[in-house]
Write a protein that binds this ligand. Structure first.
Ligand SMILES: NC(=O)c1ccc[n+]([C@@H]2O[C@H](COP(=O)([O-])OP(=O)(O)OC[C@H]3O[C@@H](n4cnc5c(N)ncnc54)[C@H](O)[C@@H]3O)[C@@H](O)[C@H]2O)c1
Length: 436
């Protein structure tokens, strides 16, 4: 592939957000503030990252934003759905992540973003109820209404392209059913409002039918079912997910590859969090927590590969807890206790206490994924975008593959995919030629 084969980022990009909560409002307010020169996009690879091209001796490390035809922040228009009627300014105040002093400087722009009525059914998010909700004959009708919202938004704002991200609450744990097996079965299930189709799948179906790149920032199944992967192939739509890799799991996927690289054994990894935002409240419901727990727990198994190293990682006691604790709001505190084993079986411990800000870590990733998904679409890439695994706790992957969780392998995959798009040599880190 060559950069000239990628359609240019002409015109405006509409970013559709399902759920205008802490993550979405922190992302939107951040982009608006950066656009006005009030702040800097720290944590964003698309805005601050560079990419090495060619040999180490070539001295070529352009900024990703300069090298690739990404949409400019100035060309982004935001739209979204929520079950609450609060506009984006009010929702950002409710979320309590960003200081009012910053929000007030972008107040008119934030107030102009008001959520469209949501597709919502409380059976899938037990702890929430809101009034800004669509009614319809069946789930197909609700999907058609979402398509209607999207087309209206596109026309009214003169948008050229769109991307959609599910930043809504974590839905209850569901597993694949026959209704998810093919588009045909799925569309019939939509018509009869089958229970195995939660709200997030209705949005995903609407986006993918329209060829709009779809990302799932939460751990619920959403587009990670054969029917929607099949639909994405048919409509040429990129897919990415699931569950943004931010606080504790980010650290886990930084530390675990290091321990494994040095063949230090792991006997146990106990992770606990306190969190007081709405996400924490939703995750206080055991069924939503189960979805999150599955997503958080899979990481270690794949990184440590116990089947290859049974004596080091064959019996890891991995425990993940999230406790809802309102005084902390979005400022999560995580503790990890890792029981490791060294030379001759001598035990050691590693303790990590991460005082993080969930949405501050999530917002730059939402921006990167939105821009990369738009790039992928213009580059003619469709289906699961495995190169964006870097951003997710449970990377969506082809059924015959295991997902890659090691952050450093994920970054190499992402950058090599960019090099591939630019027709540049892939970097293998072999480096023998420097010593010939
Ligand atoms: N903050 C992080 O670091 C992080 C990391 C990984 C994943 N996530 C996930 O991202 C999602 C958003 O997190 P948050 O902190 O912004 O949560 P939040 O509770 O502040 O926001 C979620 C919003 O989604 C809305 N919503 C729920 N169901 C909806 C529906 N069917 N249609 C439209 N809107 C709907 C809610 O009303 C709420 O306003 C959660 O699922 C969370 O688990 C967050």
């Amino acid at each position: 592939m060559k950069l000239t084969e990628i359609q240019p980022a002409q015109g405006k990009l509409g970013v559709l957000l399902v759920g205008l909560g802490a993550v979405s409002t922190t992302f939107i307010a951040g982009v608006l503030a950066i656009r006005k020169g009030l702040s800097t996009p720290i944590g964003s690879l698309t805005q601050m990252g560079t990419i090495r091209l060619g040999k180490r001796t070539d001295g070529r490390s352009p900024r990703i934003a300069d090298m690739f035809p990404l949409a400019s922040l100035d060309d982004i228009v935001f739209g979204g759905w929520d079950i609450f009627t609060e506009n984006c300014y009010e929702a950002a105040r409710t979320a309590g992540v960003l200081e009012p002093a910053l929000l007030d400087q972008i107040k008119p722009e934030l107030e102009a973003i008001t959520p469209w009525p949501a597709v919502f059914d409380q059976r899938y998010v037990k702890r929430l109820s809101g009034s800004n909700v669509k009614t319809g004959r069946n789930k197909k009708d609700l999907a058609d209404q979402v398509v209607g919202d999207i087309r209206k938004f596109k026309a009214e704002n003169g948008l050229d392209r769109l991307v959609m991200l599910w930043c809504g609450s974590t839905e209850v744990f569901l597993t694949e059913t026959p209704a998810h097996a093919s588009i045909e079965a799925f569309e019939q299930a939509l018509e009869r409002s089958d229970d195995s189709i939660p709200s997030s799948m209705v949005y995903a179906y609407a986006a993918i039918s329209e060829g709009i790149p779809y990302t799932n920032a939460a751990p619920n199944l959403s587009a990670d079912i054969p029917a929607l992967v099949e639909l994405a192939a048919k409509t040429g739509t990129p897919l990415a997910g699931k569950d943004l890799k931010t606080g504790q799991t980010l650290i886990k996927t930084i530390i675990a590859p290091g321990l494994k690289a040095r063949l230090l054994g792991v006997e146990g990894w106990y992770s606990t969090n306190i969190l007081g935002n709405r996400d924490g409240e939703v995750l206080d419901d055991p069924e939503s927590f189960k979805t999150k727990e599955e997503s958080k727990k899979s990481v270690l198994d794949y990184i440590l590969q116990p089947h290859l190293y049974p004596e080091l990682y064959g019996d890891v006691h991995h425990v993940v807890r999230i406790n809802y604790y309102p005084p902390r709001g979005d400022n999560k505190e995580g503790w990890d206790n890792i029981d490791i084993v060294g030379w001759l079986g001598y035990p050691m411990q590693l303790k990590i206490n991460f005082l993080c800000r969930d949405s501050i870590l999530a917002a730059p990733i939402v921006l990167d994924v939105a821009l990369f998904m738009d790039l992928a679409k213009r580059a003619g890439m469709h289906g699961i975008q495995e190169w964006l695994s870097f951003y997710f706790k449970s990377p969506q992957h082809a059924p015959e593959l295991y997902p890659e969780h090691d952050l450093f392998i994920q970054l190499m995959k992402l950058k090599n995919t960019l090099r591939h798009m630019a027709g540049e040599e892939l970097i293998t880190h072999l480096g023998l030629e420097y010593y010939d």
